[in-house]
Design a protein around this ligand. Structure first.
Ligand SMILES: [Fe+2]
Length: 207
């Protein structure tokens, strides 16, 4: 069907910008286009679907880090405020790498918040603020889901011949998440801050 020319500039050279343009999408979500990658269509379909799951979960974790960065409270405010933002920045890089891997495989990356919310496996947090141990636990639960995604996806990618996806998932996504888990987990160790706990048993052992 021919499109209606609302600006009256169709086919003419004109300085007038064409506003409010609409048209059907050029590639539906969940499809892959043909590319000379020596990877069969079913492989690229499966990989892009699994990468989109990883992408939705990574975008959710990225946003959970920014929420935690803004809403953190208490004596560890400053260090956690900075750490959460560092991890946020690293997750931003991962989001871009995963999304672009989906596009270069000929697929369509999930992008908008409502679509991410419908797809992610990570539990939705409340809008309000939570205590630090709860924030940290939420972040670790989210990391665990992503690490599970990564192990499954990396294994499958290697098995069906998509070495590029395997490399991205292992070298970038998995390793970054493992490192962040370490940094967050160490904040959940119950350590005395000022006075060491020297119970009689411990004193005896070190004597
Ligand atoms: Fe900030």
């Amino acid at each position: 069907m021919a499109r209606k020319d609302v600006s009256g500039t169709a086919g003419k050279v004109s300085a007038q910008p064409r506003f409010h343009q609409k048209a059907p999408e050029i590639q539906p979500y969940g499809t892959v286009k043909l590319l000379p990658l020596e990877l069969e269509e079913p492989v690229r379909l499966e990989m892009t679907e699994q990468l989109n799951q990883l992408l939705a979960d990574t975008m959710t974790l990225r946003d959970l880090y920014k929420k935690s960065h803004w809403q953190v409270a208490g004596p560890t405010f400053y260090q956690l405020h900075l750490l959460f933002d560092k991890h946020f920045d690293e997750q931003v890089e991962l989001v871009d790498a995963i999304a672009e891997r989906i596009q270069l495989l000929g697929g369509v990356s999930i992008a908008m918040a409502p679509d991410v919310a419908e797809t992610t496996q990570i539990e939705r947090p409340p809008r309000g603020r939570e205590e630090v141990p709860v924030q940290l636990s939420r972040l670790l639960d989210a990391h665990q889901i992503i690490i599970r995604d990564c192990r499954k996806l990396a294994d499958r990618a290697a098995r069906i011949g998509d070495q590029g996806t395997n490399d991205l998932v292992v070298s970038e996504v998995l390793r970054s998440n493992e490192l962040q888990v370490w940094f967050i987990s160490e904040h959940l160790v119950n350590m005395p801050l000022v006075e060491a706990v020297d119970t009689p048993e411990r004193v005896k052992k070190t004597a």
